[in-house]
Write a protein that binds this ligand. Structure first.
Ligand code: ATP
Ligand code: AMO
Length: 465
């Protein structure tokens, strides 16, 4: 009898059995009385050999095999044979001696991207150049225009499996800490993070926005006595500039929690969650990390068992010691953040650290000022390799102070009425944070562009595919 088998499961213990596999035509060549077909499924590959055999394989079938287009989907029936030595370029230790082949779905003769080209590393491209081989270099736009094929490369398959693990580990770590997963609306009446980067739309005659974050509603859930909440969902930002780390739609991992005394309670949870994520990725995703490393080599993330916390002022001082003068009350620019990342790594041997107690003037209106000096705030950003992945803070839970801060920041308080009113019925002290999922994966794997970690990226110039 024949048995459906996954290509990745094919092993020597199947020797002599007739199996049926379904996969893509990875490579193919057929001439005369022999046809060789490498079938790929879920990143695994097996060589299938079709040899002319009376009443089983005809010459016509070899011709048919030779004409199969790469990336077509085929069903192959064959006997599992252990070859004298492993077949080069395939993942499985066996090959299939073909008795039947059916083409289930034919791919176009000319693909917009050749998968082998898309999977080549920079190092291989350079080696090729030195050896006089003209490999095709697949540019970012070509990849993104043909993302369905681009996503089939081993590195891309790995990136999105890692992304899946980051959200799974985030969810589980917070559930273990008694957080409740909620879903806040994405169609809202006003901006939640300030006006400039908001997508405006018409909501049945009323002006509306796409949520720039779940900020207002996650805080309102705290006012509604949920105690500890989190959400994994889409976040929309009408970013104008085309940078390596900004998308117009990304996935936010947000949480919010009551606190008793100090915003460090939020950091304690955050750091625990992120140690779980990093450890989890290193243990559960070793194969995926290896696949990414093959195409985009990177240094593994260095992190400490106890996350380093520096105040913003300490960050300013580290920069000053290195001869970089910055305004101590202004936000660091991208280059300065990266430089600080390098200095922190040299001094503390970590790529992952927290900067807290930011100047109030550079934080959103809802951020709680420090009790001892109002020009600073109970807020923090978290960095990987000198780039921001998380922002968070203790929030103002006094409606009068909230109104005052919103007004000072030039925000139309009317658009915040229902939010501010939530604090008039008794509101516990609370804080939380927002994480950019695509940035976490990009920076964990030291990838150079956030578009690599977004399935179908949306940036100021791209709305398709
Ligand atoms: P968020 O906007 O969510 O707080 P972010 O990582 O996008 O986080 P910003 O606060 O927007 O960071 O910006 C941080 C710094 O990065 C800014 O001080 C600015 O110098 C720099 N920056 C932001 N956007 C751009 C851009 N489009 N091009 C170059 N630099 C930018
Ligand atoms: P913030 O605006 O800093 O904070 O956003 C939180 C995190 O989201 C990610 N991020 C982005 N990722 C991709 N493209 C973008 N355009 C983009 N903008 C931001 C970053 C950033 O650290 N409400 C607060 C969070 C809070 O305080 O709870 C907020 O939205 O990783």
């Amino acid at each position: 009898c024949r048995v459906w088998t996954n290509v990745g499961d094919l092993g020597q213990d199947h020797s002599g059995q007739t199996v049926l596999v379904r996969g893509r035509v990875h490579t193919v060549r057929g001439k005369g009385s022999l046809g060789f077909l490498v079938v790929r499924e879920a990143g695994h590959t097996v060589q299938c050999v079709a040899a002319v055999k009376e009443n089983v394989v005809s010459k016509g079938m070899i011709k048919y095999v030779g004409k199969l287009n790469k990336e077509s989907i085929v069903d192959v029936e064959g006997v599992v044979v252990v070859p004298p030595k492993p077949v080069e370029g395939t993942s499985q230790p066996v090959e299939l001696h073909v008795s039947k082949i059916y083409c289930i779905s034919k791919a176009a003769v000319q693909l917009p991207i050749n998968l082998e080209d898309a999977a080549r590393s920079e190092l291989d491209l350079q080696k090729g150049e030195q050896e006089g081989i003209q490999y095709v270099r697949v540019g970012q736009d070509t990849r993104l225009n043909n993302r369905v094929i681009d996503l089939r490369t081993p590195a891309n398959q790995a990136i999105f499996r890692i992304q899946c693990q980051v959200s799974a580990l985030f969810r589980q770590a917070l559930l273990d800490e008694n957080f409740v997963e909620l879903h806040t609306p994405k169609l809202i009446a006003g901006a939640s993070e300030g006006g400039s980067s908001v997508f405006k739309l018409d909501y049945k005659g009323q002006p509306a926005c796409l949520a720039q974050s779940p900020q207002l509603h996650k805080q309102m859930a705290i006012c509604a006595d949920f105690g500890r909440v989190f959400e994994i969902g889409p976040v929309f930002r009408a970013e104008d500039s085309f940078t390596h780390r900004h998308l117009c739609e990304f996935t936010g991992l947000d949480f919010e929690m009551e606190i008793k005394e100090h915003y460090f309670e939020v950091l304690d949870v955050l750091e625990k969650v992120f140690l779980t994520i990093f450890d989890g990725l290193n243990t559960k995703c070793a194969k995926q990390l290896e696949a990414i490393n093959e195409q985009y080599p990177f240094e593994p993330l260095k992190y400490l068992p106890q996350t380093l916390r520096l105040t913003f002022a300490e960050g300013v001082a580290i920069l000053k010691e290195a001869g970089i003068e910055v305004d101590p009350m202004a936000d660091f620019n991208t280059e300065t953040e990266k430089t600080l990342g390098k200095l922190v790594k040299e001094r503390y041997k970590t790529d992952f650290y927290v900067l807290h107690r930011y100047p109030s003037g550079i934080r959103p209106f809802y951020t709680m000022p420090c009790w001892d000096d109002k020009s600073y705030s109970n807020s923090f950003d978290v960095f990987i390799r000198g780039e921001e992945i998380i922002s968070g803070a203790q929030r103002i839970h006094d409606p009068e102070l909230l109104t005052k801060r919103a007004t000072e920041c030039g925000i139309d308080v009317k658009s915040l009425t229902t939010y501010i009113d939530s604090f008039r019925y008794g509101a516990p002290p609370h804080g939380g944070a927002g994480v950019g999922l695509e940035r976490v994966v990009m920076l964990f794997c030291a990838l150079n562009n956030i578009r690599k970690t977004s399935l179908f990226p949306r940036d100021p110039q791209r709305l398709a595919p």
